[in-house]
Design a protein around this ligand. Structure first.
Ligand SMILES: C[S@@+](CC[C@H](N)C(=O)[O-])C[C@H]1O[C@@H](n2cnc3c(N)ncnc32)[C@H](O)[C@@H]1O
Length: 227
């Protein structure tokens, strides 16, 4: 099955090249020996969710909160090429306020910071940059940049901000704006390095009676669907 997926993906990449689109590499994670291993489940889950959204005519934009270098965002952009993709990030790494909270609560440590990126780097990765809107700054304060367009609805959102506060705030902002049949993917739910992700999802789910489904990708994402 894995070999078949590899062949299909290689074939799709070749077609994209023929049409002069940039080649899209599969997201990589690292195994305990430090070797890059592709996170096929994460990638394939996104493909299936995008397929459902298109087939069911779910309306709305796409978004990612926690973009870093755009390695997952480029797949969202490719999977939903006709939709606006809002890209929320400081593009300068974690904010001290969020990090201090997670360190204090023993959810995380300060061993990574995701500083080494830029808007330019991210935009160069996007297969359809015209559909992307960068929302740079500390989330949720950065929402001020799109408050004029507060009638935005979303069909698919990836929340991959690692820390408790942006993930909880992200769920509070996006869930009410999620279209019926739309999805929120929260990365790192089962990640032991970023325990704030699970805390944020569980608290949000308790407070707003929201259900979610686990995904068997490398960091154990969860998917919320709007009934
Ligand atoms: C793990 S990285 C994202 C990885 C990316 N989604 C991928 O799959 O390649 C986490 C990102 O969340 C961003 N982030 C965390 N807290 C944030 C906040 N409060 N506001 C804006 N961005 C934030 C960081 O700057 C960092 O780039």
């Amino acid at each position: 099955m894995r070999d078949l997926l590899l062949i299909i993906f290689g074939f799709v990449n070749k077609i994209l090249l023929v049409f002069k689109l940039r080649i899209i590499k599969v997201n990589h994670r690292f195994n305990r020996h430090g070797n890059a291993v592709p996170d096929y489940v994460r990638f394939a889950t996104l493909q299936l969710l995008a397929h459902e959204i298109n087939e069911n005519g779910v309306e709305g934009s796409a978004a990612e909160l926690g973009v870093y270098r755009g390695d997952f965002a480029k797949h969202i952009n490719a999977a939903l090429p006709d939709r606006t993709l809002f890209l929320f990030d400081t593009f300068e790494g974690f904010d001290k306020r969020d990090l201090t909270h997670d360190i204090k609560n023993k959810f995380s440590d300060d061993s990574v910071n995701f500083i080494d990126t830029s808007v330019d780097k991210v935009m160069k990765q996007m297969p359809f940059p015209d559909k992307c809107q960068i929302i740079k700054g500390y989330f949720p304060d950065s929402l001020g940049c799109i408050s004029q367009k507060d009638d935005i609805t979303y069909a698919l959102i990836s929340i991959d901000a690692d820390l408790y506060q942006p993930i909880y705030e992200g769920l509070c902002y996006f869930y009410p704006r999620l279209s019926e049949g739309g999805y929120i993917i929260v990365h790192d739910y089962h990640c032991t390095k970023f325990r704030g992700a699970k805390e944020a999802v569980q608290e949000f789910a308790r407070n707003y009676s929201v259900k979610y489904v686990p995904v068997a990708d490398a960091e154990g994402s969860i998917v919320i669907v709007k009934p």
